[in-house]
Design a protein around this ligand. Sequence first.
Ligand code: PCD
Length: 795
Amino acid sequence: EDGGPDPETYCGHGRGGMGEEVERKEDKRFITGRGNYVDDIKKPGMLHCEIVRSPHAHARIENIDGSRAEAMDSVVAVLTADDLLEHDLATMPTLMDDTQDVLVNDKVKFQSQEVAAVIAEDRYAAKDGAQKVEVEYDVLDPVVDAADALEKDAPLVRDELEDQEDNHIFDWDTGDKEATDAVFDDADVTVEEDMLYQRLHPAPIETCGAVADWDPGMDKMTVHMTSQAPHAHRTLFSQVSGIPEHKVRIVSPDVGGGFGNKVPIYPGYVVAAAASYVLEQPVKWIEERSENIQTTGFARDYDMTGELAATEDGIIEGVKVDVLANHGAYNAAAQPSKFPAGFFNIFTGSYDIEAAYGSLTAAFTNTAPGGVAYRCSFRVTEAVYLIERMVKVLADELEMDPAEIRRKNFIPSDAFPYESATGWNYDSGDYEKALDKALEMADYDHYREEQQRRIANDADKLIGIGISSFTEVVGAGPGKQCDIAGIEMFDSADLRVNPTGNAVLRVGVQTQGQGHETTFAQIVAEELGMDVDNITVEHGDTDTEPYGLGTYGSRSTPVAGAAAAVAARKVRDKAKSIAANELEAAEEDITWDRESGEFHVAGAPDRSITITEIAAGAYMNHPGDEEPGLEATNYYDPPEMTYPFGSYIVIVEIDRETGEVDFEKFVAVDDCGNRINPMIIEGQIHGGLAQGIGTAMLEKVTYDDNGNVTGGDFMNYLLPTANEIPNFETGHTVTPSPHHPIGAKGVGESPTVGSPPAIVNAVVDAMSHAGVSHVEMPMTPDVVWETLDEVGLSR
Ligand code: PCD
């Protein structure tokens, strides 16, 4: 009756349940301009906050003079670290146990760091005021590169920390070094490649912002803010401010994209709250684009060396990786506490590899803090890039077809649940099936022939074919393994059915565009036999929603989605007893029919009752031995994570004269287990592939030697536009998660995780006959042309 992971049970039944392409409920307000974002919040007497930022990457503050700003008519206050110190708000904890200045107290550690704040009656005055704040700096030599930062005489970024004598943050390792070394010693073949996963920025359309409103009458702080994790932020806010948690309300209204950027707490939020507390008026802080790129959580910046050991016929026996991670000026990477390198140790990927060893060193530099999980379940993206690139390097070394070598090494579909060499428990997978489907969709053999033909004819345009057969790990908890700042990563759902037969589902996760108002309603529709239009999904208000850890790491479906299904089943159980009462039958004799969504007396299908009639019964004629009402709550701690996977095939054409790369074909086959809404999934894939293309072809946050951000705006940090995005051909296979109540896995991040190696593999593939083994991202035309030129392929 419970459906469980068996995909055959689900078919939506015309009520908008599982698997139906229900139109997104939230789009009505989005496309009619009725969205409600933080900057839409306007409160009576609201003031505006502008942050004064350091032009230097590394400098001691000698003096701050705010008098010229304070003298302006509409400027209400100028705040510095001294003012915050009075309220014990000058620093805040990061999500990785470090302490970050809210406003710089002594030493600036990265360009554009927060130095002072100007509060004014309108935004223009605040901006004008900020320009009038005079700060004297004693400029110091910065260090921006992680390798340089670990040199002996490097400038010390964190001299305020006791016992910190260099820029080293931590060393981490995983796997069995000895066993892996032994495999490498005996191997027929070994390959090695250096690759940088460059610094990226998540760059959501909506920047970060907050409206803080301290109510001295209620002793209550309400903060509307751009949050991917409202409850976790409430707990942290309470800890930082000392305001008891039940007197803090975080509201995350509509969020214009998160992508991991809205998981950390930023100084701007705290400044707005502090200002509202001191001035007893609401204070709004909204970031500009360049402030968002230059100061809020960046992603990646992993400098990796990968190695594979294999037999002559291409069986991979061992993998090794060494990483140098640039964490910026603070350790604020926002990983689950016990995972300093996130889930990077999934780097054995989709392959059954005997031995694996990984090591990593993290360093402080004079750059913005970060290392957030940008469309990435905590460093999975870096791990997938590493292994999928290395498999291509090995295939070239052995002159084997990259599809063939993958097939040889896949974890076989009957080996699940599978434990990897670094200790991950994969729930389910059928990697060969997804690859076969992608090969067919891509017309692989044809393009291989075409590639050879072009080489033979010395054609002006080369063909390259890239494959990535990735596996992800998404859906953190389990609580025993995963926590954020000590709070276990469970999630929650609270379902209340009204007397008239419709329902409200409240969840602890927070949508940022993913369509939860639709898909979560579909889960309930499926499990209760209710029409999807009769279910409203609420999120993002800590005063009303059950506690949850928020949306990132593609965890909403695996964790809160499971909670929603379990809550609905609890309601269904209670509904049975009401049905028995209404139908004057014994409860044991009541069965629920998934297809009709009705409850009936076993053996007498005509004696049936709908969930709407039951809802009325629950309030108007409840059975004597039950409480009135019809509702249930579930806090779901997943037994394991889920492991979505897929195979992507990218076919590029490279112009030997200009180095320009054109996408000839882009095939993406995904498997996220049972699918709730195929149309929403398709949208997720399209968006994520676009971000993968940005990663591979265009995006990089760059710094000069003085620590100036040279890629800190959209003129220099290039996002892909419709012009750069090809037509995607998507496909899917369905391998349900055996432990998820509805057999679903996450999918939101798969395309961004899986596509960059496929794209790089394609570009390399076009030139590998001439000896190219790697091209660094972003593969702009100049980078590609230089590579062509080095191997004598340029025109
Ligand atoms: N689904 C379905 N089915 C399945 C799965 C899934 O249907 N099987 C769907 C759901 O329900 C939703 C979606 O799809 O609606 C997604 O999901 P998931 O995978 O679970 O995820 P989530 O949690 O919800 O979300 C998250 C993600 C992330 S993570 C990111 S980045 C991104 C993505 O999501 N972001 C975003 N996507 C998106 N979209 C949009 N529009 N926006 C945004 O912002 Mo991180 O970690 O944060 O970095």
